[in-house]
Design a protein. Sequence first.
Length: 298
Amino acid sequence: MCIRDRYYNEYCVLNAPENMTVDVSLITNLSENMCKYAKAIRCSNTTEVTCKLISNRILANHLTPSSPHNSELLFYLYSDEYCYRLLAIIYIDVRAYSCLNLGGIASKRIETSVEFTNRRESTQIELQANNEERLEIDSHCINPLDAPSTSSITIPLTIKSSRTGKSTVLLHCFGNVKYNIDYNTKEVLSRWMFRLNLSAPKINYKYKVKAPIGEVSRAGFIYQNESGSEHIYEFAASHPEIASLETRSAKLKPGEKASVQVILKPMEKPKQAQILIFVEETESCKCEALLFIISYVL
């Protein structure tokens, strides 16, 4: 392989918060046999990276740059202590992000914002998230817009994720989108990293379901509007890789019921899985959860 006229044996990308010391060696997948025969290591950036080889493991720390800049690091492995016989080259692309830590309840909207400063002539910008399957980002600035030069823009965002626990979502601000439609070659003007830590809402009901191995199966439940007024309810699954919903929303009058179908994706071997189905009343943002315990059987 070759990048910028430099050859390497392995290419890695590390997405990390800006201005932070990170261990860049954890992401390498270089074989243990190759590290076993390595006797010495050097880095292309000796002023910002400390690296050493201990017990066939590469240990390297690096101070990340400011967002949205990159650090390009080349690690050279040698089979002798005098660094004469080159064994392998590892190329690591460190991408810096402005980091935001957000907490809340899964499937409940979180209001936040990001600051964007355009340091060049007026250009069109566009926001894109890397994890749209698990994250829903609503913003009036989500489509391309003109950004005046040297001006600072506050972009309001509404984040909604159905996954509980810790997860990371990356948001990119691209420039010159009018003239460049290739995602991989667009100019990156800003980067943000959202580190989410979401807890599950209160579980009101539990369902036990059996599903056959290797087949798509269905489950379902009846949801009733127990309030005294008409509401719109939204439904979401905590693990889209396990289950999806045929019914995403329902407008229910007082006492009215809706049948919600859950599609269970096939599994290859017997196991037990748990998913949460979130039900949110859109006006008040009140949220509850239904627990599905799925047993996959022969």
